[in-house]
Design a protein around this ligand. Sequence first.
Ligand SMILES: [Zn+2]
Length: 340
Amino acid sequence: MKAVRIHGYHQQPVVDEVPEPTVKGPFDVVVKIGGAGVCRTDLHIIEGQWQAAMNPALPYTLGHENAGWVHEVGSAVTNVAVGDTVILHPLITDGVCRACRAGDDMHCADGSFPGLSHDGGMAEYLLTSARACVKLDPQTQPKDVAALADAGITAYHAVRKAIPLLYPGTSCVVIGAGGLGHIGVQCLAALTATRIIVVDRNPDALKLAGQIGAHHTVIADGGQVDAVNEMTDGGADVVLDFVAEQGAENDGWAMTRPAGSYFVIGYGGTLQVPTLDIISTERNVVGNIVGTYNDLAELMALAEGGRVTLHTKTYPLAAAADAVADLDAGRVRGRAILVP
Ligand SMILES: [Zn+2]
């Protein structure tokens, strides 16, 4: 089969001919890929940023945002059958550790991450496990929803955690209305009664945000902190920062009101805050990484009900290098999806 593999850091991935994966363990599932999203994390992998954390053996297949159809199942698999349409939680988890028993899939003591730690889904077939499969309505086209497997679940997870803080009368700032942020805005609109304020550098992104649930938009032209603090009478109750680099992280903290919470979702920057500032204002900094299996299942219920829609651009698998280059150059609106 064809697979998009990374052979070395700071090199473009290439399309190779490799053996198809097959079921080995009783809970293994092989999925025929219908869509694989291209993520900024793929750019960061190529740059070598994840090498120390994941230490994958090269070459390996990229792709951690996958949906498709079940192709083969292990002897103990009962929750899905060959032919089922599925979206995949990004992690393969053991199901028996404390984190798994608490539903906290991302912190599985023995988890692995296809596309980061070993072969992922930018290929014709992917090996995963029964626990990763969320069964979908057979009408669903995998290429239309694949981006919910990582970008979507991450945005949903942050919004889900923030719900108790976002009672009526509050305000929530979303920094960055791109691939993740435009899903976050729709989740906020569907799940909360908060006032949604979106901050972005790009006027087109703000226009889209206004159409999908933002109550106010603020152009990030240098005056965004003052604009938000005036609009919210001293800062937002919650700031969801989908950028968190190139200065956005300091803006996000400065837009958070006393006793409010600053959620870090994007990454790359460094937050520098005096500890006196933290104690005197009782502001919180909250980290977020992907989400749980149930987060993904809940998000798919929203998507199948038409409450969350994705803006995507598809590429054939063979054009993976073009998709990566387009994402790097900012030429993708919404999400780039590879279709084998
Ligand atoms: Zn576990």
